[in-house]
Design a protein around this ligand. Structure first.
Ligand code: G3P
Length: 235
């Protein structure tokens, strides 16, 4: 069941690795970059510099996600303001979908700040963030799977619950380990997904396709000579 009025699934890169962002952003039709404190810690270095670096690469129009650090609502709101000051418009502030987070999401949405209720492990948790005013809610598919539950199922239930209650929130599925999880959600019409570089590339990686593309190049080289494409032949 596709979201009403939505176009294609939004696709984000879930990393703070600047070299990977630069490389993959050139190749894939991406809508922006998502980060969290764990991702920034894994990349290392100054987190402010890293976030600014991502914004410089993707430009002012792409959507960027950055997460608040404090555990109380007032602190979350302060962090949200700092994130917006650092990254400008087209930034979504990620707020953990916990009780203090629901309060922060309500306060921020009243101020017109775009938020994402994150670290969602259960449908009602995401529903609560959506009801508080979050524009996105992010279920952690693989982490749910690792607990012995069904990450794709939690995400599709949340998607359906939001649609059934006409909430404007979008499900931004996150924490993927394999392409099947992303594909199942894409098929269900999930609004958005964010993938680590390896998962993104895995979506289309196929040695049979590489072989077929090579065969076309070899066949044409036999006809027109190595390195000659249509541009060389037509002039
Ligand atoms: O965007 C959230 C995501 O980064 C969490 O993924 O890999 O830490 O389970 P992971």
């Amino acid at each position: 069941m596709a979201d009403k009025g939505e176009t294609s699934m939004e696709l984000y890169l879930d990393t703070a690795d600047l070299a990977e962002i630069r490389r993959l952003y050139e190749l894939y039709p991406l809508d922006g970059v998502t980060t969290n404190p764990g991702i920034l810690a894994r990349t290392g270095g100054d987190p402010v510099k890293a976030l600014r670096g991502i914004r410089d690469i993707i430009g002012p129009d792409a959507l960027m996600f950055a997460q608040v650090i404090p555990s109380d609502a007032e602190g979350m709101v302060r962090d949200a303001r700092a994130i917006l000051k650092l990254l400008g418009d087209n930034t979504v502030v990620k707020v953990p979908a916990v009780p203090e987070g629901f309060r922060a999401i309500r306060l921020l949405s009243k101020q017109g700040v775009r938020t994402c209720g994150t670290v969602v492990y259960a449908p009602m948790q995401g529903f609560m963030a959506a009801k508080a005013g979050a524009e996105y809610v992010a279920p952690y598919v693989n982490r749910i799977d690792n607990l012995g539950y069904d990450g794709v199922g939690v995400s599709t239930q949340l998607h359906d619950m939001i649609a059934a209650h006409h909430l404007p929130a979008k499900v931004l599925a996150a924490s993927f380990r394999n392409t099947q999880q992303v594909q199942d959600l894409c098929r269900h019409g999930i609004a958005a997904a964010t993938c680590a570089p390896a998962v993104l590339e895995g979506l289309v990686k196929n040695p049979a396709v590489d072989g077929a593309v090579r065969d076309f190049a070899d066949a044409f080289a036999g006809l027109a000579g190595e390195e000659n494409g249509m541009a060389e032949l037509v002039g």
